[in-house]
Design a protein around this ligand. Sequence first.
Ligand code: FAD
Ligand code: SF4
Ligand code: SF4
Length: 494
Amino acid sequence: MPFAITQSCCVDASCVSACPVNCIHPAPGEPDFGTTDMLYVDPRTCIDCGACAEVCPVDAVFPVENLVGSLREYAGINAEYYADREAPAALAGSPLFHAWDPVRFDRVLPADFPRLDVAVVGSGPAAMYTVEDLLLHTTARVTVVDRLREPGGLVRFGVAPDHASTKQVGEHFARYHDHHRVTMRLGVEVGRDVTVEELGHRYDAVVYAVGAAESRDLGIPGEDLPGNLASTTVVGWYNGHPETPADAVDLRGPRVVVVGTGNVALDIARIVAADPDGLDGVAPAARAALRGSGVREIVLLGRRGPREAAWTRGELLGLLRRDDLEVVVDDHDPRTAEEIAVATDAETASLLRDVPRASAAPESPRRRVVLRFHAVPEEILGTDRVTGVRLAGGDELDASAVVRAIGHRGRAVPGLPFDPSSGTVPHVEGRVEGRPGTYVVGWIKRGASGGIGANRADSAETVASLIADGASGVLGRGASRNPVRRAVRRLSRH
Ligand SMILES: Cc1cc2nc3c(=O)[nH]c(=O)nc-3n(C[C@H](O)[C@H](O)[C@H](O)COP(=O)(O)OP(=O)(O)OC[C@H]3O[C@@H](n4cnc5c(N)ncnc54)[C@H](O)[C@@H]3O)c2cc1C
Ligand code: SF4
Ligand code: SF4
């Protein structure tokens, strides 16, 4: 029986190099790799060795016969990826398929390569893949600086608590926190406790992996009303982010509207609809509010049609297969049904074909999630707090809370170049423009898109630039090294 990759795959491609028969695709360098939501095992070639499952940081790979519940359909999803692809020629004569790439040594350091002191700002996935790469390929000493006292970035404070296997990647990263060449400086914010300039003087190279912490606004009247919430507030609230008040989210009313049709909107809908007693990792205050929740319905609003929704197949399936929820498609706009009908199997909209329409669905004691497309919010309604939302066309929806989950953008770090239009730091292959020895990686580098694993290839690019600069003598330490090192130490509370 072959193995199959399932929902929590974060596309870090660790399994690709572990597979002895090259049957996991798309692999780095292949055309679909940059856009795929997950990787797939070719069941025609898999020899059932289990090496992929051993290395997977998020426990996403299982033998097909062990797939249960909503994961069962992943056997078909993996096979489907290869349905119209040629079987490898080698399969014709042999049950095994060995296609070894030629051995490449991309990272050969010159013998006199300096022992670098590198600061990595941030401790989320982009930072930790950078640390891993630096430890594996150089003799650098690395100082990890994070403004929060608890490391992990969005793995700790973003990934939903019901994605326990995804959160496991945090354990993979945590192995490096105690590495003898790594120093953790937590509770230190660059721009507040230490400046970009000071770090630049102290370290040979500084890599900024500060993420994209801002929620995008809708830009409509009523956005400042209490009860109109950024996705970062709701996500921080259920994950126990230290800067999110315990009472930030009020779930006493019967309807919550979530604006957005991406994976974060789905996370919020699932958690707001969840029975918290079945979930580990929900912050205590959020757990109490979820227990006493009056919410009966969560409406997700998409500005465009079902074929344009940004959610991924695995995340949408995760919602549709929940048997404690009723999921329906709103049929106010006739375009919705037409677009679902013509969606190809490769599009996530095709998964909505068998989902009941809101007007036809019978009353159910379960909580209901309504997917409403072609719905453009024009005003958040209410006088002293949110009471609803008005849509283009005049339709009004009552709601006790409105959550905007329409994407993230980076926040400027004082002293670091910043492009406000993209919310990123201008760079070339990770090198910050006009700042030798300064680099960026992750969401602050490429914008807020892509899962955890996408940061791995991104880090490899930035570290390659850093190593090339080290080899060509571009990196050098400033004179005021020791006083600033002391300043950084002093500021650390751990
Ligand atoms: C709500 C949500 C859920 C997600 N769920 C999933 C999922 O289930 N699976 C998946 O594959 N991907 C998921 N993602 C995407 C994934 O989290 C990102 O790809 C990834 O976290 C980006 O990594 P990063 O290191 O660039 O940023 P972050 O993870 O945000 O890390 C940035 C770090 O920098 C620190 N920092 C910021 N500014 C400063 C400063 N000035 N000084 C010092 N430190 C600073 C922050 O405290 C933080 O620790 C999710 C994203 C969100 C928003
Ligand atoms: S079980 Fe072995 S052969 Fe099959 S996909 Fe995993 S690593 Fe490759
Ligand atoms: S998370 Fe990584 S190792 Fe696990 S299946 Fe996906 S690509 Fe492979």
